[in-house]
Design a binder for this molecule. Structure first.
Ligand code: PBG
Length: 325
């Protein structure tokens, strides 16, 4: 490469006006890239604000219908659902119950907005009494016993009409188990978006309040990834792809841009990044104090996540972004 040859080369020439800048812009955030997370509770007329995530609510299925109409109208193509059941037990029974909170929500949503993509988070932590993402045996989350329940859960979501399932548990072999369960029941066209490189992150704090899913003992470090590792992230992604993942995900997003870039450079699969609850809460809190320009910060964050290589961004800011763009 030639060294820049000033004054022939003046990089500022292409920055002189917004029209020029737009012409040479390398990365764009579009509403069509976004997925909006929703928290669903059982019951009627329930609208509970999540204190650590101002502007976000836990909604019952009846109120959800108005919400999804608004989301669809804004041009947001997809939502991802998280359920908070009325009862929790050791084996997450309500995660795969045909009349569970998510299964009912999917049916309600599909009636009003059939074209809005409904993705479901497949995990057990919201449904287990101990708050872990799988079956606990002697204080350890048993991998293989958990697979069967995850597959049942994903299948029940797809049978209720989910367009895509997204396992977030970080058990080994879950994508394969889910793919087999779907294929064995005529649901071979339902894609899997795997939370492939999901780190054991402090950035999930507000979510655990929202979903009432904090572990009652210990932490998730024996299944979620150790934050210092990036080579291991590539092995996780490779494994999920080998097992049949259609879309792979890196989570959280902003503190893991290097991992997003590595995955993008290594694999050709569509890549999602989850800008998690802690990322939302940090910006929201500072914005509420008047300490930063919320719109500017959020659009810059999302642009950075796309520039790092993500195709799809899951963000609690999706509705606001759709209005800003
Ligand atoms: C469920 C799950 C979590 C998140 C998404 N799915 C929490 C966790 O793993 O503890 C976090 C999302 C967020 O923080 O926004 N396992």
């Amino acid at each position: 490469m030639k060294l820049s040859n000033f004054p022939n080369t003046r990089l500022r020439r292409l920055r002189r006006s917004e029209a020029l800048r737009a012409l040479v812009r390398e990365t764009k955030v579009e509403v069509g890239d976004l997925i909006y997370p929703l928290f669903v509770v059982e019951g009627n007329k329930m609208k509970q604000e999540i204190s650590s995530m101002p502007g976000l609510y836990r909604l019952s299925a009846d109120l959800l219908t108005k919400e999804v109409e608004e989301i669809a109208k804004l041009g947001i193509p997809a939502i991802i659902l998280f359920g908070i059941p009325q009862k929790k037990d050791e084996v997450a029974s309500l995660a795969y119950h045909p009349k569970g909170v998510i299964q009912q929500a999917i049916r309600a949503i599909k009636k009003v907005t059939p074209d809005l993509l409904v993705i479901t988070d497949v995990c057990l932590c919201e449904y287990t009494s101990h708050g872990h993402c799988g079956v606990v045996v002697d204080s350890y989350v048993d991998n293989d016993k958990t697979l069967e329940l995850l597959a049942k859960t994903a299948l029940s979501h797809a049978e209720a009409g989910a367009d895509m399932v997204a396992p977030s548990d970080m058990m080994d072999g879950r994508v394969k188990a889910i793919r087999q369960a779907l294929d064995g029941n005529g649901l071979q066209n339902v894609p899997i978006m795997a939370y492939a490189a999901k780190y054991a992150s402090a950035f999930y704090g507000p979510f655990r309040e929202a979903a009432e899913s904090a572990p009652q003992f210990g932490d998730r470090r024996s299944y979620q990834m150790d934050p210092p590792n990036w080579r291991e992230a590539l092995r996780e992604v490779e494994q999920d792809i080998a097992e049949g993942a259609d879309i792979v995900m890196v989570k959280p997003a902003l503190p893991y841009l290097d991992v997003i870039r590595k995955v993008r450079d290594t694999y050709d699969h569509p890549l999602a990044a989850y800008s998690v609850s802690g990322e939302y809460a940090m910006v929201k809190a500072a914005a509420q104090q008047g300490w930063l320009d919320e719109r500017g910060i959020v659009l810059e964050m999302l642009t950075a996540i796309k520039r790092a290589g993500a195709d799809i961004i899951i963000t609690y800011y999706a509705k606001e972004v759709a209005q800003w763009l």
